[in-house]
Design a protein around this ligand. Sequence first.
Ligand code: DOR
Length: 314
Amino acid sequence: KPSLEVEFCGRLYENPLMNASGVCCMTTDDLDSMARSRSGAFITKSATSTDRAGNPEPRYVTVPLGSINSMGLPNKGIEYYLNYVLDRQKRFPSENPPFMSVAGMGIDENIKLLNIIQDSEFSGITELNLSCPNVPGKPQVAYDFELTDRTLKSVFQFFTKPLGVKLPPFFDFAHFDDMASILNKYPLAYVNCINSVGNGLYIDVEKESVVIKPKDGFGGIGGEYIKPTALANVRAFYTRLNENIKIIGTGGIRTGQDAFEHLLCGATMLQIGTELQNEGTGIFERINTELLQILEQKGYQSIEDFRGKLHSIT
Ligand code: DOR
């Protein structure tokens, strides 16, 4: 029987599946349910310095081909999530610690959040979210290449723990090239492609209305809609980044085949948002089973046999 084990940042994980930050990770109850699930790892909701209520409801809607959200980073604040992960580290010293996600409202807050993590006992992996599309008046950081470079430059002056960045989708080879050459300057553990596709608009035709309240209905799109864009970003960064920067693939994973496609493009870990929200934590068992079946059918013993080995047409 093949194995779904993966090595990531020097640690071994039973399988590559995780929640995407934002789904099933706001409260300690959510996080405990991720810990009990068959996911290989899990991550906290993107934290800010203090707790945030987020945008007015309705702010997340499931639609036929995915989801639209404008949550606006509701979260319980960095101390809450840090306490949770430190408590788990103490109680389960042999387990991999959860990943922590942070999303400051600007460069200063990002530096502050990462200083708190640096000065703590946290021994796990941190994800810096540079791609939230939903806070009114706050553009997605990673669409500003100069700001991204400046942010990473300040971060790596002091941050010595494993750090990944969560990127928004890019749609042009010039942007893939420019962003990759910035990221390649830094000792990043990984790049997570992609956050939701920002500022889409979903319409209820009967009501002739938008479906979410914040930002006149504009919100981040997830799910089936975004899989080709997610795969393109995974592939584009896998083929451009230094070998020591791993890729987390996020976007449109609903089946074992979707997971396989992300791995073929070069992803090491895989995150699930929209479909986890729809299905609950039972999804991890299902996707693991479906992915294992694909490996068996194809005669692969492990993910390493095919990761990144997507064929071109010659
Ligand atoms: O789609 C998203 N929604 N991406 C983020 O990074 C943040 C989240 C939110 O809270 O709005």
